[in-house]
Design a protein around this ligand. Sequence first.
Ligand SMILES: C[S@@+](CC[C@H](N)C(=O)[O-])C[C@H]1O[C@@H](n2cnc3c(N)ncnc32)[C@H](O)[C@@H]1O
Length: 246
Amino acid sequence: MGEILADYNGYDYKGKFWSGREYEDLSDRKAIQRLLPKQAKVFIDIAGGYGRLANEYLPKNYKKTIIFDYSKTLLADAKKEFGDKITTVQGDIYDLPFKDGEADAMLMVRATHHFDDLPAVIKQLARVLAPNGTLVIELANKKTLAKIFKYWAKKSDINPFSHEPSKLKELNKGNFYNYHPKYIEQLFAKNGLKIERVLSVSNFRSPRLKKLFGHKLLAKLESPLQYLLAPLRFGPSIYYQVRKVK
Ligand SMILES: C[S@@+](CC[C@H](N)C(=O)[O-])C[C@H]1O[C@@H](n2cnc3c(N)ncnc32)[C@H](O)[C@@H]1O
């Protein structure tokens, strides 16, 4: 069983993290618009924080929308902003407080890097997903082009080609994990989750490129590349749409 590595209670995630990351935000939004199902009875945004992406899924035809997170303060922010349009549920991903098959659509974005036990997380997600239900999940990719060059230039000793999760340490933060796409793809197969679509996202995550082109133009340039680069599993964020087949 994994442990809570990232406690966002009291952290100004919206103000502190998201300022200066408009390009990444637009890229995430484009990807989930492309991958989320049109209809669902019960939809859960897992580790959904303050509901950053709620404006993408609330207009959809979902009967019930739940934001699940560990942080009580982020959930309170979400409730304040979206009121009755959402239900908030607090808990730990390693012990999801939902019944087997309760949700027919689920989303999890920018959370895998916090989990030291991804097999246990995928098992939980697969348990809560209804047969034929859809999960859209973003992976913090270990095998990006930038990381490959860093390794070849001997600026990093993390081998991006090995399937083992890599453990990084961010300043003033807990551990931070990157995963090889093959690693999570094997977990999908093991848990009866069939990959339907893949996107490569935030491909231009570089302060220099953002300065040169501006966030909005960069997001526009990235749009077709989300499809084109997907087979290479190129970007720092790999998005999967998976369906529960058993
Ligand atoms: C980087 S934020 C992403 C939030 C949101 N998905 C987004 O993209 O804006 C990571 C989220 O994971 C949540 N989290 C971390 N560990 C968790 C755990 N063990 N169980 C549930 N949520 C957790 C944090 O509280 C935080 O809201």
